[in-house]
Design a protein around this ligand. Structure first.
Ligand SMILES: C[S@@+](CC[C@H](N)C(=O)[O-])C[C@H]1O[C@@H](n2cnc3c(N)ncnc32)[C@H](O)[C@@H]1O
Length: 431
């Protein structure tokens, strides 16, 4: 593609993301490229890389465009991004050439708006903190209230690109060193992770899914924080386990591995498409101690299994604020009412899942949120409603989990503090 055609594709993809308000940007991007097979790998990386950079400074671009009186649309967003990144107006002009496959020629007004942006910094002293850190206005005070003097560090780390973490599947490979060797033979360089005993961190942006190691189920893509949640469940091979919100099965897979393919896991969810994705991942990973179940409207299935599980994991639907490094578009869609609805939904799921735990069994609650409302507050309220539950330290095999995690009944991970996605996890026992 010519540089102009690349810029044109950046504008088109941004437009598609804006139109699909309720669909995550990466799904829209996948569809966009599937429909444009003629865009090769290098161009694809350039286009999505630029779009993600723009999504990470979206509020600042909007602020500047508003300031200079420009209309706010993907075409001007991209042009403003180019100027604020130090490109000259004539350079931007050469991209917006109006030729075949290029964006339409810049008109006189557009040139005037862009001229006002020359030599301006991305961050202006007049911007609010919410704009600088790219969060909705109502979110900043909530995070500031919780994180105090760490707020800016937490929020600026959430604007950085995420790491690419892998979990080695010990059902198929004997150890991390062997997996590392196999990946290196496919040109994927990795380092051992510090906390997860199963974890490898890949360097740079590498295409893991096209490797044989991935296709044959030797490794799964899973953030280190998510691996730690599976570890906190302390599941063992003799147990009956319910993964209540299993989704596409990230934690189910890790728990099946901890159980050495023995015992029994039921992976349930309300969405069949997610469980279908889980099923193909389970097959790839060589897991056969797991069945899936879609929750239907009637509660008979649950009623028949009340108090029958040694462990119930609730990996609850949440704001996903802890994954904003990966999904910079999610922050733009997050509304105050979403948080209220999520908190209510989580409480309902927790109460229902709690009934399924045997006496003496454990309930593990997790989110990929960094917000207290969905985490500590949610658990405090649950414990008030359910006085037959209490917080307990994990009973994971000590060789698997570092001591500092063994001694905690809950943890809150953040990208700034732990170089993982933001995750919360707590362990409770039914008395
Ligand atoms: C955070 S995701 C789960 C991620 C998954 N555990 C993993 O590790 O890949 C939350 C899941 O909860 C499911 N969910 C939402 N409402 C639910 C409900 N009432 N009961 C059970 N699952 C629900 C969603 O469909 C979604 O798949």
């Amino acid at each position: 593609m010519t540089p102009s055609a690349q810029i044109s594709a950046v504008i088109e993809l941004l437009l598609a993301i804006q139109k699909e308000k309720y669909i995550p940007a990466d799904s829209t991007a996948n569809r966009f490229f599937r429909r444009r097979r003629y865009i090769g790998g290098g161009d694809r990386r350039f286009v999505s890389g630029k779009v993600w950079e723009i999504l990470r400074c979206y509020r600042k671009l909007e602020w500047w465009l508003k300031r200079v009186g420009s209309p706010i649309n993907p075409r001007m967003m991209v042009a403003a991004y180019l100027v604020l990144s130090g490109n000259s107006i004539s350079k931007v002009h050469s991209f917006y050439s109006g030729e075949k496959y290029a964006p339409l020629l810049l008109n006189n007004n557009e040139i005037l708006y862009l001229q006002s942006l020359v030599n301006k910094p991305f961050v202006s002293a007049e911007m609010s903190k919410a704009v600088i850190y790219e969060v909705p206005d109502w979110v900043y005070p909530i995070i500031n209230d919780q994180y105090g003097d760490q707020t800016e560090k937490e929020l600026s780390t959430l604007l950085e690109p995420a790491t690419l973490d892998l979990r080695v599947n010990f059902l198929k490979v004997e150890d991390r060193y062997k997996a590392r060797e196999i990946l290196a033979s496919e040109n994927i360089q990795t380092e051992l992770m510090n906390i997860s005993p199963w974890g490898l961190r890949a360097q740079g942006r590498q295409s893991i899914t096209s490797t044989n190691a991935f296709k044959n189920g030797l490794v799964e893509i899973q953030d280190e924080g998510s691996q730690l949640i599976a570890l906190m469940t302390g599941v063992k091979s003799s147990m009956r386990v319910l993964d209540y919100c299993a989704g596409a099965g990230g934690k189910t897979l890790a728990m099946a591995m901890m159980m050495e393919n023995k015992g029994h896991i039921i992976a349930s969810d309300i969405f069949s498409a997610r469980l279908n994705a889980a099923q193909s991942r389970l097959r790839r990973a060589g897991v056969f101690n797991c069945e899936t179940h879609i929750f239907a409207e009637d509660a008979k299935w649950l009623k028949r299994r009340v108090e029958s599980f040694d462990r119930v994991l609730v990996d609850a639907p949440c704001s996903g604020t802890g994954t904003w490094r990966r999904n910079p578009d999610a922050r733009l869609r997050f509304k105050e009412n979403d948080l209220l609805e999520l908190v209510e939904k989580q409480a309902h799921i927790l109460d229902s899942a709690a009934r399924m735990v045997k006496k003496g069994g454990r309930l593990i609650y997790a989110t990929c949120s960094i917000l207290r409302q969905e985490n500590q507050d949610q658990i405090n309220n649950f414990l008030e409603r359910n006085n037959n539950f209490s917080l307990v330290e994990p009973d994971t095999i000590p060789e698997l989990l570092p001591e500092k995690f063994m001694k905690k009944t809950s943890f809150q991970l953040t990208p700034a503090q732990n170089q993982t996605d933001g995750f919360f996890c707590t362990v409770m026992v039914k008395n």
